[in-house]
Write a protein that binds this ligand. Structure first.
Ligand code: FMN
Length: 546
């Protein structure tokens, strides 16, 4: 990685920190007339409606087992995958304003993440091999490009046994409109959440989803048509994030997929459609634009062999809800009751799910695990309240033990768990601290537990390269999506917390503020949701009347 890129990333990371006395630069107040449209559309692209997912198949816990990959990809499977991964979950309404929620959560519900399908073979006479954009409001694919015979042959040779790729991109402006410079971080969290949501959704239709690790950012942009400037003339550009392969054997995926490998494909593709403009005017956030440039990944991603899953506790079938319903019912809590607790077996299962494993969702991001979890335990059955640490990566425990240096914290392995859990502070009330570091948000104190995600920042940037600045947030997003679904399955709710005082947390746990070897990149809370009874809800797709 060049010194200039590293300097840009470090500068951005510092500038985008919230401190109690100074928040990261942002717009101050919201410019409602420029609120970005959450729905991207491509005018002139033919539309191909998709079927909805059917519930009553898989149980929730089966989501964490490997899929087998059926013989052929069907329209039903693709429809279910996109709905449960990126589709709408409900509409909410209050005082005349109405907004959609989605199965993938998003910071501020702004939804910067766009989804694409690259079909390597025809799914039906109406749906030839080509590139499609997913329109969640209509649950429809928009046909962006059709591949000719030469393009199909080339892609099938490059990607044997893969019927389709899923692509993700981000409209940074959607988050920047509200959050200014810090928005780049939230876009990356959202990519992580969407990746996990897609991996679980794919599992409901028995398709494995793996990172196409060789693809670099220019190749992703070219394949998805994001670099076709004329198609985005007045419209906000989308930054390439990642490509995920449905099926195939990851050992056969190309080590390197650069733009030069796609020349024959691009030469034999016919494009259509014009992106819509999402806001009439834009504000440029310069550090965000610079870090987006500096954190591109140009050599693909180094992957690891994931370990077999830690054996999860046997759970009774009546405690194992329907997978599709659990995904659709996931909601963020805006307020928590301060009393609900996790049972001991729910807590154990949660810890096990958070460990890296060769199952969904980790197969979709098989990078070296770089994030460990600091747990503010408030109400967990048979566990003293206090501060705990779940060590997820190689040597994390030893290294963190040396780095978390304050006189008031200890380091004691907690016996009886089949994951590396350590107690840092025993029988102590961390509710006020959890709330304070989470920008004083009460949900961090009123849950059963709160989490701060500690990333092995310095070492991962030097091992993986500049793209690690994005993949660290993606890993946090995957962890967040597991926390959301585990909470839902336990009859509780989760909430992602992107607003936190970075260095206050670091100071409290004794991390050196100058070195930035470990950085907290995301917070989370799980607890008993208090409903806002003023809000009215309606069904996700009542407006389609198909
Ligand atoms: C990356 C991320 C950061 C978030 N940060 C906060 C936060 O700081 N405070 C909060 O109350 N909710 C936060 N949320 C929750 C979102 O507001 C919520 O996901 C969104 O409104 C959509 O609602 P849903 O999750 O119920 O679909 C965050 C969500 C994500 C994914």
């Amino acid at each position: 990685m060049s010194h200039a890129d590293l300097a840009t990333i470090r500068h951005y990371h510092r500038l985008s920190k919230h401190l109690p006395e100074r928040y990261a630069p942002g717009p101050g107040q919201l410019d409602w007339k420029n609120q970005p449209n959450p729905f991207r559309r491509f005018a002139g692209s033919p539309l191909l409606p998709l079927p909805m997912a059917r519930h009553g198949g898989l149980r929730y816990r089966q989501l964490y087992t490997p899929a087998t990959a059926p013989q052929a990809l069907t329209l039903e499977a693709l429809g279910a995958l996109l709905e449960l991964g990126l589709g709408l979950s409900a509409w909410k309404e209050i005082d005349g304003s109405r907004w959609a929620l989605r199965n993938n959560p998003s910071s501020g519900n702004l939804h910067p993440t766009e989804g694409y399908v690259v079909l390597l073979q025809a799914l039906s006479p109406d749906m030839p091999a080509g590139v499609y954009h997913y329109a969640p409001h209509e649950h429809t694919l928009e046909q962006r490009a059709i591949f000719g015979a030469a393009a199909i042959a080339e892609l099938q040779a490059l990607l044997p046994g893969i019927p389709a790729l899923l692509g993700l991109s981000s409209v940074h402006w959607r988050e920047a409109w509200k959050y200014g410079e810090r928005a780049f971080r939230y876009c990356q969290h959202d990519v992580g959440h969407a990746t996990a949501a897609l991996a679980f959704a794919a599992r409901t239709v028995d398709w494995p989803l793996h990172l196409l690790y060789g693809a670099d950012d220019n190749a992703i942009a070219a394949l998805l048509g994001l670099d076709r400037n004329a198609d985005f003339a007045d419209a906000e550009h989308e930054a390439p994030d990642l490509l995920l392969a449905l099926g195939g054997d990851p050992d056969d995926y190309p080590e390197r997929l650069g733009i030069s490998h796609l020349q024959a494909v691009l030469a034999d593709s016919r494009w259509q459609g014009q992106a819509n403009q999402l806001s009439p005017q834009h504000v440029a956030w310069h550090a965000l634009q610079q870090v987006a440039e500096a954190s591109q990944q140009m050599g693909g991603w180094p992957t690891v062999r994931l370990p077999a899953a830690v054996a999860a506790e046997a759970a009774s079938t009546d405690d194992n809800p329907d997978a599709v319903m659990t995904i659709r019912l996931r909601r963020s809590a805006v307020s928590m009751d301060g009393s609900s607790r996790l049972t001991q077996s729910q807590f154990r299962e949660l810890l096990q799910r958070l460990m890296p494993a060769d199952t969904p969702p980790w197969q979709a991001l098989p990078l070296p695990p770089a994030v460990s979890l600091l747990l503010f335990v408030h109400h967990v059955q048979d566990l003293a309240p206090g501060l705990y640490l779940l060590a997820r990566g190689k040597h994390h425990a030893e290294r963190l033990q040396q780095q978390l240096r304050t006189p008031h914290l200890g380091w004691q392995a907690v016996p009886g768990y089949n994951v590396p859990l350590f107690c840092l502070s025993h029988n102590t009330d961390w509710r006020d601290a959890a709330q304070l570091v989470s920008c004083r948000q009460e949900i961090a104190a009123d849950g059963a537990l709160a989490v701060a995600m500690l990333a092995d920042f310095d070492a991962t940037l030097s091992d993986i390269g500049p793209g690690a600045y994005r993949s660290l947030f993606w890993e946090c997003g995957l962890l967040g999506q597991i926390l959301y679904l585990q909470a839902e399955a336990a009859g509780l709710s989760g909430t992602g917390i992107g607003c936190f005082y970075d260095d206050l947390l670091h100071r409290i746990i004794g991390l050196d503020l100058e070195e930035e070897q470990w950085q907290s990149l995301y917070h989370f809370t799980i607890g008993g949701r208090e409903e806002d009874r003023r809000l009215r809800s309606s069904a996700a797709y009542a407006h389609l009347q198909r």
